[in-house]
Ligand binder design. Sequence first.
Ligand SMILES: Cc1ncc(COP(=O)(O)O)c(C=O)c1O
Length: 429
Amino acid sequence: MDVSFSAKQIAPSATLAINELIATIRAGGEKVYHMGFGESPFPVHSRVRKALCDNSWRQRYLPTQGIIELREQISGFYQKMFDLQYSQEQIVIGPGSKPLMFAALTALDGPIFLPAPSWVSYQHMGRFLSRDVHHIVTLSMNSYRLEPDLLELAIRAHSPDRDQQKVLVLNYPCNPTGHTFSSKELKELADVAREYNAVVVSDEIYALTHFRDQEHHSIAEFYPEGTLVTGGLSKDRSLGGYRLGALLLPPDEKQLLRSILAVGSELWSSVSAPIQYAGIEAYRTDTELVDYIEDCAVVHELVTRYAYKRIHNMGVSCPYPQGAFYLFPDWNSQREALQKKGVTTSNELAKHLLKNWFLASLPGVEFGMPPDDLSLRLATVDYDGASAYKAFQKRRKSAIKDPESFVLSIAPSVVEGCNQLERFTAELD
Ligand SMILES: Cc1ncc(COP(=O)(O)O)c(C=O)c1O
């Protein structure tokens, strides 16, 4: 059969090829250290589980925008947690933030600008929509941070007409680098975006996974009229499989809201009814639920910074993580030694590590890096979240004081993954 033009814009992803390799290796009885997969492992909070059970009788379609009670709860959540004011009319509920992002990109006109590296799906969404997608090269020595002058240069190069609308997608804390922006940096980016008529789609799904020495600010604080914020339950509440996300729109964008709802109504109709009602519980901001979110973020911090320290001590370049549960190291300075092993691209590097060291990772090229940039995205969540959470509740003080012993006890597979990386890197010298 003939495949459509839009479908041809999306190539089968290297992540799938790697998953198939993992399956083959596991079928042969070998253990794989899984630093390729990034899902927060903590258990569903008991109150959210109960709310889901209690609402399992609800079988009807709900409004595409989401039920008002949930939107009001989310409005209160953003007010309390981030000091952002959104009325329930400005909020759209969707089956995860990913389809909401797709609906927003469908509705917004203009070329799409993405920092490189950035999360895998944005570029595919843009291409699927037959839009011009421009990656903005950032520097590893600046933690791949998008700086205002880089943004301005990219916009001037690709879309010099100031009046033409552009779309900039930002994500912080960032998958894949773990980097986040300070409020000063966000304000500077907001100034450029405003000057060049760039709408910002601000992916803040990791907002509450920031580490204790960071704060989360939204660019919407500085550019409320030009920012769409996405968030949801998948990361800080470990509820990826619940598929519940929220999109926050600027005030008075009625046409935009109508278009986004039109996309939603044709694609998913409404989010599952029991999940929306369970979402009301998950978006509460009492101490118990906020403590749960914060404690999970601390465990992410301890494990991710442990892995960072190990990688840094190997002499491998890697941005210092400030949130989420990822690292983005690169082996560019070992290029010659790697070439001798037949490794010249990030895809080959990821395959080499999997075949020879049983370590799964994702190649940097999937995140918009040039194919020959020898970067990898490593996830630091290959452990049992329920026992890790329990252990942290029991020994919080000692875990914070001595993170290494804590990580050795709760995340042996992450530790062994780091050992494998160390052996591999030592062999290159
Ligand atoms: C940067 C980023 N944005 C969005 C998502 C999708 O989240 P959701 O489960 O809300 O669709 C992910 C999930 O991996 C992500 O890493």
